[in-house]
Structures are given as structure tokens and as C-alpha cells.
Design a protein around this ligand. Structure first.
Ligand code: UD1
Length: 329
């Protein structure tokens, strides 16, 4: 099933200056009026195109949110505290941002009768009992972050059921791409940094654990589909359906960077999930979403100036290289 591109709409992206949010904003801007609500603690103004209305504020602040959401047709809710470790250290703090603010967004959307696309996570599954994991699998999060994302994901469904609000939850697997940086930036950006510096690539544990790595341009495409689908009130896995071991990833990064780095092992991360991989058949069937970017191509595009392999764009935007080096086909 194919959904039309979103056009001529007024759109709010919370966390729009962050890693995923800023790529989404770039894809939306050519054909829509786009607002960004961001407090710039991790987001960056340089990621934002000029023709975006920026509301600098905290998503937990009802006044800022009300101002940002006035008259919008769609809200993409990407503001979050993404560090699982931080959520373990201070569950109440991350709960305020990840859950309470999410509920505020849903309430505000009710006022405006706006569609909401929420960023959920594979963290809702905890240790999956079957692989690839379908959306119907048991949800047993292993961190406060996962509990918060699960509650938000469930609230989104419930708001559709109770109030008829159009909501979609996207359960992201391991997202990577340009602009992913900072202390909690994910294994691919860590390995790339190590390989570029010629330092040992540090694998936690034996490296046989596996993940489903999905490029941010595919995640943007999933968001665009979610904005127009008729299949609302649902949660969708957003991944590639392919699992890669961390050891294979280390070797791929080393090859792509032509690095002389060695591969070193250190202690496994406590509570690490052994395997994670998405069953993407629901997103494929109901959203018409299938990932386009393979891991090797995605990593090579991060290393060089090239972009991952692309199909036609859904926003109608020309496929020009953007400042982040990614693309939104
Ligand atoms: C990821 C998400 C998280 C989400 C979870 C859902 C990121 C950054 N985090 O966590 O938001 O809740 O999926 O399942 O995408 N590793 C190394 N060496 C390193 C860094 C990591 O070996 O230097 C290993 C880790 O031990 C882990 C794997 O790489 O086994 C992936 O780690 P990471 O990128 O932090 O993501 P997840 O823990 O899967």
C-alpha cells in the first residue's frame, strides 16, 4: 500500500533539532510549514533549515507546547531523553521527559485534533522471546526507558480508541546516521570514531550479540508514511529485518574506513540484550514501508561524502545531498 506524501500541512516536530528530528524536518520543509520545539540541550540549531519556525522551550512546559502546537495538523513527537543508562540512574527524571511530556503532547493534539506520530522503541520488548520480533510479542522492558516508551506507545493506541485521535507509534530498532553524536550515540558512531582515530575498536563482550541497524533516512520515510496512513491506532516495528553481529559490524566499519585499528574486547554491558531484530511485515503491509539502505552502504555513506542507495523521494524534494550527508528517499 502506498501513502501519499504529506504536503501543505502545518507540522510540529518536537525534538526537531535532534538526530532523527532534524532529518525529518529537512524532509518536511520543502512542502509544509514546519515548527520545531526543542530546548537545544542535545539538539543543534545548525541542523535546522532557515525556513523553520523555532520555539526554544522544554516539551514538558505546557505553555511552550501550546504555543508550538497551535493550529497544527500533525505532531511528530521526537523529544526524549534517549539514554537508557540515564533512565536507570534517575527513572523519575527520564519519566518526566519520556512519558509525562508525551502525555502532554497527546493532550495538546486532542485540543488541535492533530495526528500524532510518537517515537517508540524496540526497548519495549526487552529480551525478545522470538526473532525476528513481531509487534504482537510480549513486552517486558528491561529499563525505565523501555517502560516509559511502552507506556507512551500504549497511550497513543488508547487515545485513538478512547478519543478517536489519529495516532501512530513507531518502534525504532537501532537507528544510525549522520548527526548521531554525544555520550549516548550508539555503537556505530563510537566504532567510526575509534576507527578514524586508529584506536582499538572496543567490543563489549564476545561480539556475537546482534542488532537490526536502520538508517535514519529510512526512519524518516517511515515517519512520512505514518503521517498519511489510514492504519492509525497501531504500533509498527521500524527496522530492516536484518540482524548483524557487533563483531561483523566492527569489521565492516574497519574495512569502510581503511583503518588499522585492532578489535579489542572488554566486559559485556550489564543487562545487555543479546539479540534484537524486527519483523517488519506489519509496517510493510500497512505503511508500505520497507527499509532501503543496507548496512554496508549506510556505513560507507557515513565515511565518505556519498549517500546511501536511494529510490524516489516521497516528499517530492529533489535528492540533493543535504548538510548531514543523509537522504530521505
Ligand atoms: C539501542 C538504542 C536504545 C534502545 C534499544 C532498544 C541506540 C544508541 N540505543 O540500544 O535507545 O532502547 O536499542 O533495543 O541506538 N557496544 C559495543 N561497544 C561499544 C558500544 C556498544 O560492543 O563501544 C555494543 C553494546 O554492548 C550492545 C550493542 O553494541 O550490545 C549496541 O549498543 P548500543 O548502540 O548502545 O545500542 P542498544 O544498547 O542496542
Amino acid at each position: 500500500m502506498d501513502s501519499p506524501a504529506i504536503r501543505d500541512s502545518t507540522i510540529l516536530v518536537t525534538g526537531g533539532a535532534g538526530f532523527i528530528g532534524s532529518h525529518l524536518v529537512e524532509a518536511l520543509v520543502p512542502h509544509n510549514e514546519v515548527r520545531v520545539l526543542d530546548d537545544f540541550t542535545t539538539g543543534d540549531r545548525d541542523y535546522l533549515p532557515d525556513d523553520v519556525t523555532v520555539i526554544e522551550g522544554d516539551v514538558r512546559d505546557p505553555i511552550a507546547l501550546q504555543e508550538a502546537a497551535r493550529g497544527v495538523d500533525v505532531i511528530f513527537h521526537h523529544a526524549a531523553l534517549v539514554s537508557v543508562t540515564q533512565s536507570v540512574d534517575d527513572p523519575r527524571q527520564s519519566n518526566r521527559t519520556n512519558l509525562e511530556a508525551g502525555l502532554l503532547v497527546l493532550e495538546q493534539a486532542r485540543q488541535e485534533d492533530a495526528r500524532v506520530v510518537v517515537a517508540s522503541s524496540a526497548a519495549v520488548y526487552g529480551h525478545p522471546e522470538e526473532l525476528p520480533v513481531p509487534e504482537t510479542a510480549p513486552t517486558n522492558p528491561t529499563s525505565p526507558y523501555g517502560v516509559q516508551k511502552l507506556a507512551l506507545d500504549q497511550y497513543a493506541r488508547l487515545y485513538e480508541e478512547l478519543y478517536g485521535l489519529e495516532t501512530v507509534a513507531l518502534r525504532y530498532f537501532n537507528v544510525y546516521g549522520p548527526r548521531q553524536q554525544g555520550p549516548y550515540s550508539g555503537v556505530i558512531s563510537t566504532f567510526l570514531e575509534q576507527a578514524r582515530a586508529g584506536e582499538p575498536i572496543t567490543i563489549e563482550g564476545d561480539g556475537q550479540q546482534s542488532r537490526d541497524f536502520v538508517h535514519v533516512s529510512d526512519v524518516v520515510r517511515a515517519n512520512l508514511r505514518a503521517a498519511t496512513t489510514d492504519a492509525v491506532g497501531e504500533a509498527y516495528n521500524i527496522g530492516t529485518g536484518q540482524r548483524t553481529t557487533i563483531l561483523d559490524l566492527a569489521e565492516t566499519v574497519r574495512d569502510a574506513t581503511d583503518s588499522a585499528s585492532t578489535i579489542a574486547h572488554r566486559d559485556p554491558r550489564s543487562g545487555d540484550i543479546r539479540h534484537s531484530g524486527a519483523d517488519t511485515s506489519k509496517a510493510s503491509r500497512d505503511l508500505g514501508f520497507d527499509a532501503n539502505v543496507g548496512l554496508e552502504s549506510g556505513i560507507r555513506s557515513l565515511v565518505g561524502s556519498g549517500r546511501p542507495e536511494l529510490a524516489e523521494t516521497e516528499t517530492g524534494a529533489p535528492l540533493e545531498p543535504n548538510r548531514g550527508g543523509g537522504s530521505y528517499s
